[in-house]
Ligand binder design. Structure first.
Ligand SMILES: Nc1ncnc2c1ncn2[C@@H]1O[C@H](COP(=O)(O)OP(=O)(O)O)[C@@H](O)[C@H]1O
Ligand SMILES: [Mg+2]
Length: 347
């Protein structure tokens, strides 16, 4: 029998409030979550949702007003000063603005967290060089941060965050200042670190593409609460909350297409969602052969989400068997949403 993995990060009913002017503001409103070792856990929400506060609670920079925070099996309250320092080192952090020291070389930036360790100068240098190799930046060891691109700076920051062999890497909008191509290369690096080192990654973002590219599970935050969470592919297919839908729609540009299509005078519009094995085209083709129906594909987008294929299609259906053909699609495991439907007096 396989033992259930113990979560590496656990929040139990965590609340954080701040005093502001006369009132108080609730940055975390009874948040509970459990992150498994080796997981890439994404947290998405708009600005002000409480994401950074959640991160600060996890890395012990913020003491919760109430509730428990357990990291690596240790509750913050139970730690003395020395244990606390040690626990903090096991959590690496990267940020949107890299926070590198511009007067030090790349190598010195990476060596910095090792200065307090019992290492010889040579050992420290070797360790830092090995980390730079890991992020594919060895040849820039003697460069200064100002000479680097945004993507390279973030690689240095990642190497530095890994200096103390953390179990957990926390990323607070680490790709938000980068262009899409560089974002992807940083995400691929995080993914390979997750796989190579078994590093647990908590990834905060306001961009659903980031979640979609590398996260295993996702939590959606709004007004200090986690309003929805689950496996990425499942949340993508069956979002429960309006806010989640909004995020997903922006990712596949479906909203833009919908607005455009709605303005046309086409009737009987359907939104189809496919997941996993089902190949979109084949099901639609079969449907058109089986029924008296013409299917006009107005929009289609296929994407990889957490190893699954997720396809979205907007169809205009016409003919005498529209209802039966929609029923058929549903039987094939396709989710069908009616966007617009003409009232047919004869049906
Ligand atoms: N130190 C603080 N003092 C007062 N209010 C704060 C503090 N930190 C965060 N807040 C407030 O808590 C809410 C959540 O902030 P934050 O966690 O930074 O959100 P996010 O990272 O999702 O943008 C915001 O309304 C913010 O203004
Ligand atoms: Mg923030």
């Amino acid at each position: 029998m396989e033992a259930k993995k113990r979560p590496v990060i656990e929040l139990q009913d965590t609340v954080v409030t701040f005093k502001r002017n006369q009132g108080t503001i609730t940055a975390l409103d009874h948040v509970s979550l459990a992150i498994e070792p080796g997981e890439i856990y994404g947290i998405i929400g708009y600005s002000g949702a409480g994401k950074s506060t959640l991160i600060r609670v996890i890395n012990h920079l913020q003491v919760p007003t109430s509730g428990k925070v357990i990291v690596n099996g240790q509750a913050l309250d139970d730690l003395d000063q020395r244990q606390f320092q040690k626990a903090r080192k096991k959590i690496g952090m990267i940020f949107q603005h890299f926070n590198l020291m511009n007067s030090r070389t790349v190598l010195n930036n990476v060596e910095f967290p090792l200065l307090g360790e019992k290492l010889s100068k040579t050992e420290r240098r070797e360790k830092a060089l090995a980390l730079l190799k890991l992020v594919e930046l060895e040849e820039l060891a003697e460069a200064f941060p100002d000479q680097l691109s945004g993507g390279q700076k973030q690689r240095v920051a990642i190497a530095r965050a890994l200096a103390n062999n953390p179990d957990i890497l926390v990323s607070d909008e680490a790709t938000s200042a980068l262009d899409p191509k560089t974002t992807l290369s940083i995400l691929k690096l995080l993914q390979s670190l997750n796989q190579q080192l078994g590093l647990t990654i908590v990834l905060i973002t306001h961009e659903i593409q980031v979640i979609q590219t590398i996260c295993h599970r996702v939590a959606v935050m709004e007004a200090g609460q986690i309003i929805e969470q689950g496996k990425v592919a499942e949340v993508f297919m069956r979002p429960k909350k309006q806010l989640t839908r909004e995020f997903i729609d922006t990712s596949i540009n479906v909203q833009e297409a919908l607005n455009r299509i709605r303005q046309s005078n086409l009737q009987d519009l359907y939104l189809l969602k496919f997941i996993g094995e089902t190949t979109n085209q084949a099901v639609v083709t079969e449907m058109a052969q089986k029924f008296q129906v013409a299917a006009n594909i107005l929009f289609a987008n296929v994407d990889q989400v957490d190893h699954l294929t997720v396809g979205i299609m907007i169809l205009n259906l016409s003919g005498s068997e529209v209802s039966a053909s929609v029923e058929y699609l549903r039987q094939q495991g396709v989710e069908v949403e009616v966007i617009k439907k003409e009232v047919h007096s004869h049906e």
